[in-house]
Write a protein that binds this ligand. Sequence first.
Ligand code: ATP
Ligand code: MG
Length: 188
Amino acid sequence: MQHKKSYIDARIEKANIDKGIIVLLTGNGKGKSSSALGMTCRALGYGMSISIVKFLKGIQDTGEDIFLAKQPNVQTTLMKTGFTWDTQDKAFDTKMAIKIWSEAEQYLTNQSIDLVVLDELTYMINYKYLDEQKILDVLVNRPKNQHVIITGRAASQNLIKLADTVSEVKDIKHAFRANIKAQKGVDL
Ligand code: ATP
Ligand code: MG
């Protein structure tokens, strides 16, 4: 234990770089967006300013949308139109995706925003609604102390390479498969 403690102490001492980081939360299990919202709460605790961009519109507002709407340090941008999985009009959806990305870009070039959450961004890349290279360029050139959290299944190799912290949430079991519907306060 003593040996382990000195090893950890040495590692902590070595970790002396302070910079904005990209956290990427991917995988098929539950817990990606809610983890992003957990970090949002952490940042709020320190009075940091946060912008959240949600790239997929849910069937209804989530509990955190309702809660965060009351927080002065948070602004949320949502897909306002019916951009969901059952889309029938790719041209229209692409236009909407580009529009919402341009709002994300405003945040990612604004020094006064400490944390930007790009919720479900991976789908926009995987299904080619947005140009991956443009996204990577904006992320690389963002203000140097700004943190970014990206969520969504099946993150691309380029996103993984760029991110500083990457976690894959593994699906072992989900209540939905036992016919339990999405529960308020847990799933939405
Ligand atoms: P959460 O928002 O709960 O953290 P998530 O962001 O990891 O979930 P998404 O793929 O964005 O997962 O899906 C959001 C919704 O789908 C939530 O209601 C969540 O409970 C549900 N969900 C997530 N993973 C699964 C799964 N493996 N099977 C069924 N439903 C799932
Ligand atoms: Mg999610």
